[in-house]
Design a protein around this ligand. Structure first.
Ligand code: ADP
Ligand code: MG
Length: 324
């Protein structure tokens, strides 16, 4: 079935959402959306593009693609401590396909609903499949978790565990194999269905100094904090949160590399001053947030060091880079 751009917009994307009319003065359907921002809040804005072949495989289901598009985008707001509120969707499609659009938009709106986010606009074009999402959220100015706010002596934490998404990716790429179907599906789900740490970011915003979400790998992403904060760090590899599933099924050299150098876990890496650690412990316990301390921030002259069994190890600063 053939649709014009306008039919696609009205059939699949201009849905009746539960609009908060105090905030959304104009949503889809005019030349621009109009949003009222309340006092004391600042707007957090983040955009990500997913391109077929680069960020997802050709055979990904529209359901998984829509979920992942939303999840990886709001993960950036999570790393800011911001509360996601609105989104715009720019979608480029090779040719309009009824079933694909139906599945994609259903999953897209289901995911938005989980996080109370409203679609307020976008753009629809013809071309190679590519999806650009912008997310808009709110944060009080003083609480934004900037990459540049780490201080010497801060402890470094990560949420959840690391490396499982990479295992899922390599299973999909048939670079590794595992017989147990249940474990295989679990790891693939970790790759296709990362859970953005929005809730955690909001709970941490008054306690942490700096934060980033782990999209490219711990080493690469922590390096952004170090560079922006003009600091060094010591990381204890023995402390990395690695699941028993990875430990029991794969060699150490593999899962450590996945945790350090391959991304897409979308966990948060954040720093906390020693003074705030008791507060952090209370919040982690109260809200059942799973976090691990993996090291601490040092003066910049000391550089970035990894320790394994108390010995300094050599490593390459890798992480995923589109142009390398
Ligand atoms: P313009 O030509 O002024 O850019 P468009 O025809 O591109 O307007 O879009 C019309 C309306 O539909 C706008 O409000 C725009 O934000 C919205 N829109 C277009 N594509 C999408 C989409 N994929 N998802 C949500 N809203 C969309
Ligand atoms: Mg347009």
């Amino acid at each position: 079935m053939k649709y014009t751009e306008f039919e696609i917009i009205s059939k699949y994307f201009q849905r009746n959402q539960k609009k908060n009319l105090n905030e959304i003065k104009k949503g889809i359907g005019d030349d621009s959306a109009l949003i009222k921002i309340k006092n004391n809040n600042i707007l957090a804005i983040s955009t990500d593009t997913l391109v077929e072949g680069t960020h997802f495989f050709k055979n990904i289901t529209p359901k998984d693609l829509a979920y992942k598009t939303v999840a990886v985008n709001i993960s950036d707001l999570a790393a800011m401590g911001a509360h996601p509120k609105w989104t715009t969707l720019s979608i480029t499609l090779p040719k309009p396909n009824n079933m694909w659009l139906e599945e994609f938009s259903n999953s897209f709106f289901n995911t938005l609903k989980q996080y109370n986010i409203e679609l307020i606009g976008g753009d629809t074009n013809r071309g190679h499949l590519s999806i650009t999402l912008s997310i808009y959220g709110l944060i009080e100015e003083k609480n934004a978790l900037l990459r540049s706010n780490a201080n010497i002596g801060d402890l470094i934490y990560v949420t959840g565990n690391l490396g499982e998404s990479a295992a899922g990716l390599f299973l999909l790429q048939k670079k590794i194999f595992i017989k147990n179907l249940k474990i295989r599906n679990y790891l693939i789900k970790k790759h296709l269905h990362p859970i953005p740490r929005i809730y955690e970011g909001i709970k941490l915003k008054k306690i942490a100094n700096a934060a980033i979400d782990i999209s490219d790998g711990l080493i690469s992403d922590l390096n952004h904090i170090l560079k922006n904060s003009q600091c060094g760090a010591n990381i204890n590899i023995n402390k990395l949160p690695i699941s028993t599933i990875l430990k029991e099924n794969f060699k150490r050299k593999y899962y450590l590399n996945w945790a350090l150098n391959i991304g897409e876990d979308y966990e948060l890496c954040f720093t906390v001053s020693k003074k705030n650690v008791p507060k952090l412990d209370v919040v982690l316990k109260k809200f059942s947030i799973n976090c691990t301390c993996i090291g601490y921030i040092t003066p910049i002259e000391q550089g970035f060091n990894l320790f394994y069994n108390k010995r300094k190890i050599l490593f390459k600063k890798k992480g995923f880079n589109h142009f390398s």
